[in-house]
Write a protein that binds this ligand. Structure first.
Ligand code: Z5A
Length: 210
């Protein structure tokens, strides 16, 4: 049985750091782990990622279709095959990011974006989504020390709308989307997240005490 986990949250929430830690622990427990991200995860997805973040001025719908093109390729080449062979997939961002950033952040039609997400994924949905909840100002401050992409450079008001969007998504789907306090030190974020992931892995028969 496969397990599809996605990590979501605003800029600088700590998703990449957490993804690596979770993958390492799940691997140690004997799972076949696929660590991937969006946009990206395939050669075409990586090219789209570069185009998305290198270009300075992209129309909001152009942005949507680039994210969705990357997603459709990623699902077909990486996610669906991994699910078929029973892997544990840990994916840094997925469909919820499109709703949070393009619907709540950019103000595009949410129902239409949901329909487009369904087309791009063929209806595949994560079993578990960890939403790293960090106040916008703290997340931005963490990321400013790193490289900032085009969307990261949007205003604080934009990032606040995205934050609100993620919160609403979590309220609407409490069984799938679990909020993690990501303002804590990274070790605590990892422990809280691992408790949720380990419970799912244990149900699938994997060791969870590496
Ligand atoms: N996007 C979109 O609009 N629509 C979509 O459909 C999709 C994406 C899929 C790129 O995403 C952009 O694409 C993103 C949303 C948009 N733009 N924004 N904003 P990305 O995931 O590649 O980029 P990101 O979210 O900007 O990543 P990030 O800033 O690197 O954040 P992160 O992966 O969540 O954090 P991190 O790299 O693990 O950590 C950042 C720094 O904080 C680093 O120095 C860590 O050491 C530090 N850190 C992490 N956790 C902690 C804790 N707990 N305490 C202290 N310091 C910490």
């Amino acid at each position: 049985m496969a397990l599809f986990i996605t990590l979501e949250g605003g800029e600088g929430a700590g998703k990449s750091s957490l993804a690596e830690a979770l993958a390492e622990r799940a691997n140690a427990g004997g799972a076949n782990v696929v660590l991937t991200r969006e946009p990206g995860g395939t050669p075409l997805g990586d090219s789209i990622r570069e185009a998305l973040f290198r270009s300075h001025d992209i129309n909001a719908w152009t942005e949507v279709f680039l994210f969705l093109a990357a997603r459709a390729d990623h699902v077909e080449r990486v996610i669906r095959p991994a699910l078929a062979r029973g892997a544990v997939i840990i994916c840094d961002r997925f469909t919820d990011s499109t709703i949070a950033y393009q619907a709540y952040g950019r103000g595009l039609d949410q129902d239409l974006l949901r329909r487009l997400n369904r087309e791009a994924t063929g209806g595949i949905s994560p079993n578990l989504t960890l939403l790293l909840d960090v106040p916008v100002s703290l997340g931005l401050a963490r990321s400013r020390a790193e490289t900032f992409d085009r969307i990261g450079r949007e205003s604080q008001v934009f990032h606040s709308r995205v934050y609100e969007g993620f919160g609403r998504l979590a309220l609407a789907e409490p069984d799938r989307i679990k909020s993690i306090d990501a303002a804590q030190p990274l070790d605590a974020v990892i422990e809280d997240s691992w408790a949720l992931v380990a419970a799912r892995l244990a149900r699938l028969g994997f060791r969870t005490t590496p």
